[in-house]
Design a protein around this ligand. Structure first.
Ligand code: ATP
Length: 531
């Protein structure tokens, strides 16, 4: 197991780099922030857009080849963040989209009850006597026992000290009886009994539409992008040439009033999702589930993520929603979960649940008439009754749902590489396709005709890639900054450029330098960046 000290260090380094270089800032920073909200700075927004564009390219513009050897069909959508509130009643979010929450009456802190782990700590006093110190609650994580022992030790010292005997097992707060819960010492207090019983807390942000604020004008910020797709299923079938099986893809903001936003941008209250709903005949759903499971893993690997940092986690039967026949998560080994993994994307077989629910609540027909199947059945000589019954159905849905902002975190964690030999002591090893800045262009010194040549090169290259021109500070410092932001190449114009028309190209990962002709810079970068 990784040393917890090192693990939290890596995350601290990444968070500090993000602020220092302009990847991610605390939202409302000058007002001391707002818990669970983040702003993507000049480099962060470039990185995020690169991931977003790669997903859109591979889902909508150039989707994968299907099991029959033909490309699958997926169309795009950009639906409203606020929809008719009936949407969320039909989808089950109004009734059921909640986390159990516990408040501390003393500190007013709020915790997710299923994230609080509790255990009885005992102390062995100097004379050998063993005493119970109390039932402590700490936030789950693989340093939970360590945290618990530290806290118990603090309490023990006040009463004469001794050696702490850690609990053999930790139990989630939600699994304790109400009587046991009353004995627990909360994570930020030293006395038992300050925690409330767990209460369900709906994660949807509420707002009001129009001038009057009443129950009738209440609406919600969407907690997922998926429902906008189901609401438009009929529009898309009626107005475009799609035929089942087909998909609808959407990228956009979602909002969840998470009880305990944490781990930087991993769990925030405003985030972006990339979701696709794949509509297919019910008897083909399992085949497509397997197809999308494999395709989605391939996609994450195409971003340069190391295979050992990604796993599938199949949901057990008891974890599945009642309508789901199968769900698998693609998980990543984040620095704060290592050696374990945390969710990055979920691929769910949702059956006909969503369309059936919306049909019921809206009174609209959301089934599908499969003309091709009708013809096929006729050819096979099926009877009229059978043809009628089988060619109209409610499609099943396979849903690959991932977090765009969580993907930004994954690429930041994956790229962060320690290298003590460099001036920057680290570099961001982004796959060139996702690097926010592709190339730095520098005159070695800011005189002797070098800036003019370098600027001309910059004016040309910036029409092809994101580039930065920098003429200040020593060349070593400029290379160090490019390493920190993960620019894969640097081009330096020096004294020799005027003599033989060559420049130096420095490659980020190897730090190797080579001279190439000025005229060859564009084709060279084109080739390197398209790999
Ligand atoms: P979790 O179990 O982490 O709360 P979830 O299973 O509720 O996530 P889904 O509803 O399946 O998540 O959402 C799909 C994806 O959206 C997740 O895999 C994740 O990448 C992203 N996502 C969900 N909640 C958040 C959040 N609060 N902050 C950032 N990304 C999120």
């Amino acid at each position: 197991m990784a040393d917890p000290e090192t693990k939290s260090n890596v995350m601290e380094q990444i968070v500090s780099l993000c602020k220092r270089c302009g990847f991610v800032y605390r939202a409302s920073d000058i007002y001391e922030g707002l818990n669970g909200f983040w702003d993507y700075g000049p480099l962060g927004v470039l990185l995020k857009n690169n991931i977003r564009d790669w997903w859109w390219r591979n889902m909508v513009e150039c989707p994968p080849i299907g099991p029959d050897g033909h490309p699958v069909k997926i169309v795009g959508l950009d639906s409203s963040i606020i929809q008719n509130p009936k949407t969320w009643i039909a989808s089950g979010h109004v009734g059921g989209f909640s986390d159990p929450m516990v408040d501390d009456r003393e500190t007013k802190h709020r915790y997710r009850a299923d994230h609080l782990m509790c255990g009885l700590a005992r102390v062995q006093r100097k004379g050998g006597a063993i005493e119970e110190l109390g039932h402590f609650a700490v936030l789950s994580g693989d340093d939970a026992v360590e945290l618990l022992v530290k806290k118990a030790d603090k309490l023990a010292r006040k009463t004469g000290g001794g050696e702490i005997l850690p609990p053999e097992t930790l139990t989630p707060f939600t699994k304790l009886t109400p009587e046991q819960q009353k004995l627990v010492i909360g994570p930020d207090v030293m006395t038992p009994g300050t925690l409330t019983e767990p209460r369900d807390f709906n994660l949807m942000f509420e707002t009001y539409v129009g001038a009057l604020q009443s129950e009738d004008s209440k609406a919600y910020l969407r907690p997922e992008t998926a429902q906008g797709i189901f609401l438009n299923f009929k529009n898309i079938v009626d107005t475009t040439r799609v035929k089942i099986p087909f998909g609808v893809a959407q990228i956009g903001k979602s909002f969840r009033n998470e009880v305990t936003p944490r781990n930087f941008i991993f769990r925030s209250r405003e985030f972006e999702q990339m979701e696709m709903e794949w509509f297919c005949p019910p008897d083909e759903a399992l085949k497509w589930y397997e197809f999308w499971k494999a395709e989605r893993m391939k996609w994450w690997l195409s971003m340069g993520i190391k295979p050992e940092n990604l796993i599938f986690r199949e949901h057990e039967a008891k974890e599945l929603a009642f309508y789901s026949k199968a769900t698998v998560d693609i998980e990543y080994r984040y620095p704060f979960t290592a050696p374990e993994f945390g969710e990055l994307e979920g691929i769910a077989h949702r059956g006909e649940y969503d369309l059936t629910q919306h049909a019921k609540h809206s009174g609209q027909k959301l089934d599908y008439f499969d003309q091709e199947l009708q013809l096929k059945l006729k050819e096979q000589g099926a009877g009229d009754e059978e043809i009628k019954a089988r060619s109209r159905y409610v499609p099943n849905v396979i849903e690959p749902a991932s977090g765009l902002t969580r993907a930004v975190l994954v690429l930041l964690c994956e790229a962060y590489t320690v290298d003590e030999t460099r001036a920057s002591k680290m570099f961001m090893k982004f796959h060139p396709k996702f690097a926010p800045i592709k190339c730095g262009i520098f005159p070695l010194v800011n005189k002797d005709g070098m800036p003019e040549i370098a600027e001309k090169l910059y004016l040309d290259l910036r029409t092809h890639f994101t580039c930065e021109y920098d003429a200040k500070q020593t060349i070593g410092k400029r290379y160090a900054r490019m390493d920190e932001i993960g620019a894969p190449f640097c081009i330096t114009v020096d004294g020799q450029t005027k003599e033989d028309g060559t420049v130096t190209v420095r490659e980020r990962d190897t730090m190797s330098q080579q001279r190439i002709l000025l005229d060859n810079v564009l084709p060279y970068l084109n080739e390197q960046l398209s790999r």
